[in-house]
Structure formats: C-alpha cells, structure tokens
Design a protein around this ligand. Structure first.
Ligand code: CMC
Length: 432
C-alpha cells in the first residue's frame, strides 16, 4: 500500500493518464470518468452497468449485508438477535430512527400505529370494484396508491412532522389493506382492526375472524409472524427499495412511492419468489421426483430455476433462511407438519451437494422456507407476497427518509448507450 488514495488510469486510445480519487469506501465517482475523452467533441467516458451489479447508487446507514459471510444487520444489530429478542414495531422504529426506541418511545409509537389502522370507508368501494379473483398484490398496489388521494398533504414531504405522520400511517394501514384484499378475494366481509391486539395479532384477526365476537390469537403463530416481519423489514438496495428510491427521488408522495415499490416486489424474481417456491414444491409432488427436477433445472441453463435459491448479494446461506428454517419447526408443532417441507429439505440437500449449485454459490434464500410457514398459517399462496410487502414498508420508508435527507441525491436518471438508427428522414406512408 503506497498510502495514496487515488487511481491512475491510462487511456490507451490517447495515451493520456488521469488520476481519480478513491473514496475510503473503495469507490470512485463515476462522474470523475467523464474527463476521459478522445477529443474535445467526445462526451466522456461512462460505465455500463445494467442492473447495477457493481454500482453503489447511494450511501446508506440502515442495513449492512456481507453476502460472502452471510451476515445481515439492521443499524448494526445482527438479524439473529433482533429475530430472537425484538419485535417488529421496535425494529421498524430502529430502521426509521437509527437507534432502538426507549420504553416510552416504543409505547407511543405502538399506540399511534395501533390507532391509525382504520382506512377511509371509500376504500372499501375501491376494493369492491376488483374482480373476485383479483391477485391481492394487484389490489394492494392500487389501494396503497389510492391512499395518496385521501391524504393530499402527504405531498409536503419536507415538512418533517407531516412526513412522520404519513410514515406511521403507512406502517399502520398496510396490514389493513392486505387483509381487505384477502377478504375480498375470499368473498368474506371486511374485519375492523382491533386496537387491543398486537400488530401481528390484529393482522391475524383481520384475516381470519369469522362469527366469533373476538378472534383468539395463538401466541406461537403471532410471534412467528412477528419474527417473519422482522426478517423481511429491510434488505438494503434490493429491487423494490431501488424502485422506492427511484420514485421518491422525483419527490413523489410516500403512498405513491410505496405503490411503486410494491409493484417491484410483486415480480417472481423478487418478493413473488415465495409464491413460486410453493408452486414448485407442489409441481415436484414427492421426494422421488426431486433428483429429476434438479436435473431439469441444471439442463435448463437458466430457463428453469430452483425458486428460493440464489441471490444477487448472498453467496452463502441467507441468514434469514436459517432463522426461518428453525421457526418452521415451531410453527409446525402448532399447525401440524407441512408435507412439502420434506420435499424442500431434500431439494436443499441435493442442491447443496451438487456442483452446478456449488460452483454458482446458490444457497437457499429467505423465500425458500417462508412460503411453507405462510401455508401452515393458513394463508393462500397468492397472498404470500403481501406478507412480504407489509413489513418491507418499514424498510422502504426508512430508505426514503434517508434519501430525502441526503445532499448527494438528485432525481434518479441513469444514462444510456443509444443503439438505435442514426438520423434519417421521415418516409411517407405510400413509400414504405
Ligand atoms: N436456479 C438455478 N440456477 C440459478 C438460480 C436458481 N435459482 N439462480 C441463479 N442461477 C444460475 C444462473 O442461471 C446463472 O448461471 P450461468 O452462470 O450458467 O448463466 C448463475 O446462476 C448466475 O445467475 P444470475 O441470474 O446471473 O444471478 P442474479 O444475481 O442476476 O440473480 C436471482 C439473482 C435471485 C434473481 C436468481 O438467483 C434467481 O432467479 N433466483 C430464483 C428466484 C428467487 O428465489 N428470488 C428471491 C430472491 S431473495 C428475496 C428477494 O429478493 O425478494
């Protein structure tokens, strides 16, 4: 090490040499490359990085991941400790404010979230407009976006007290919207929030309550859902968070930005994977079919994937998958064992011994086992991604807040490499 924090670049096209600063974080500023030109007319050097595989789009103090070691921390706290000792609302506060809440801060936050779970009656009419078989994620995207029209002052994103109120409202109302989407698809009446219950207890009540005067929440299942919510609360610059920041960079209100992030999460390569895992396990059907399925994936050369495996950042076991695998056992003690678990365990065993997966560092991710628990909790497969969107809202909002306070940020606007036709004259219709 020479001690000099710069990078010397020689442009072999011109023979010129440039020196650019290397940040202590090990990054160079992409704009520093713009000075590298072949002549005065040249726009200057750019990097080409589709899907941001090697580009940091922000500085963030929220979530740390070491993908090679399989480490995940929120604000420095290891995910395993938070899953064991914390609660989802405490974690939401931690993500949003940077520190664990004091007793009174948590009590006040819990009280405010609990008392903002109701949605405007007109939202029911919006829900009623969807077909009976509408996918709950489609309903969630639309209904959370619609909330912006009920709170026009949410556009005042630099008014800090107002901004905090809308953040709290979003965390409070996402479970209500999710549960309404489910009840609509089942043809069941909507259930009003119950302020006496915990965040996840109330959510279970809004999902499951039928004719009984009060829904009796099973404490093991309530806790399991809370742990799942903690595990899903944030994951640094993933696809939906990037969407949240992208939309938010235009200074859009938080409801519309969360609708955009929810839409990104819907995709099968992202939050939709938990749903895809269950469909895959059902397709495999029995332990005997596992080797043939793995063979098909390997021969498919990327066409057919082992859903719930692989991650852009983790090149080791996803630490959330470790917690979820243990949690599954606790849940199954209450609900009975999901027979698909045996297929999942066998699939994991075979894949982890197979060269194809070893070479590509493909390990189970968060979605591999979560769907099995969701199914044991009685949630339909279509609903799984909603169960990801509800807790991730806390992370999206923490990242959005950070973006708005970051002087380095501007409206997100990537460059492109134009590959289309060069200038040509319009061809009249009869000459084409
Ligand atoms: N099954 C089989 N092969 C795979 C898989 C898989 N699940 N994932 C990656 N590969 C192969 C891929 O075909 C490629 O092989 P080759 O080098 O021969 O072309 C190599 O591994 C690298 O894959 P990639 O597509 O370049 O990797 P990526 O970082 O772009 O994709 C991923 C990451 C998560 C989209 C991908 O691993 C995948 O599609 N996994 C299945 C879907 C899934 O479980 N998604 C949930 C992710 S975790 C939660 C979340 O983000 O919401």
């Amino acid at each position: 090490m020479s001690g000099k924090s710069t990078l010397t670049i020689t442009d072999n096209r011109t023979g010129k040499t440039y020196e650019v600063a290397v940040d202590p974080n090990g990054t160079i500023k992409a704009l520093d490359l713009r000075q590298i030109k072949v002549d005065a007319e040249d726009f200057g050097l750019m990097t080409y990085d589709p899907a941001f595989t090697n580009t940091a789009s922000c500085k963030s103090a929220i979530t740390f991941i070491d993908g090679d070691k399989g480490i995940l921390e929120y604000r420095g706290y290891p995910i395993e400790q938070l899953a064991e000792k914390s609660s989802f609302l405490e974690v939401a506060w931690l993500l949003l404010h940077g520190e664990l809440p004091t007793k009174s801060e948590l009590a006040e936050f819990t009280h405010r979230v609990t008392h903002h779970t109701y949605v405007h009656e007109n939202l029911k009419k919006l829900m009623d407009g969807f077909r009976h078989d509408a996918h709950p994620m489609g309903i969630l995207i639309s209904s959370v976006g619609a909330l912006a029209t009920f709170y026009p002052e949410s556009k005042e994103i630099f008014d800090v007290p107002k901004r905090e109120r809308h953040i709290m409202r979003l965390i409070a109302k996402m479970p209500t919207l999710g549960a309404m989407a489910y009840r609509h698809s089942m043809g069941f009446p909507y259930v009003f929030p119950d302020n006496e219950l915990s965040y996840t207890g109330n959510f279970l009540s809004m999902m499951k309550k039928m004719a009984e005067p009060r829904y009796k929440v099973d404490p093991v299942l309530e806790k399991a859902l809370d742990v799942l919510f903690i595990l899903h609360a944030d994951h640094e610059q993933n696809c939906s968070t990037n969407a949240m920041r992208g939309v938010g960079s235009a200074h859009t209100d938080p409801y519309s930005a969360v609708a955009g992030a929810t839409a990104a999460l819907y995709g099968p390569l992202h939050g939709g994977a938990n749903e895809a895992v269950l469909r895959m396990l059902r397709e495999i059907g029995s332990l005997a079919n596992v080797p043939a399925f793995v063979k098909e994936v390997k021969e498919g050369k990327g066409e057919k994937r082992l859903m719930g495996f692989g991650h852009r950042v983790y090149k080791n076991y996803d630490p959330r998958a470790t917690v979820i695998k243990k949690l599954a056992e606790q849940v199954f003690e209450v609900t009975g064992r999901n027979p698909l678990l045996d297929i999942a365990v066998e699939l994991e065993r075979i894949a982890l011994e197979d060269d194809y997966f070893i070479k590509r560092k493909l390990y189970p991710n968060v979605d591999f086992y979560s769907g099995l628990i969701y199914e044991a909790l009685g949630f339909p497969t279509d609903f799984f991604t909603v169960l990801f969107a509800i807790p991730r809202t806390a992370g999206w909002l923490a990242q959005w807040k950070e973006l708005l306070g970051d002087a380095d940020q501007k409206i997100a606007r990537p460059r492109q490499i134009y590959t289309g036709a060069t200038r040509r004259d319009y061809v009249p219709m009869d000459a084409r």
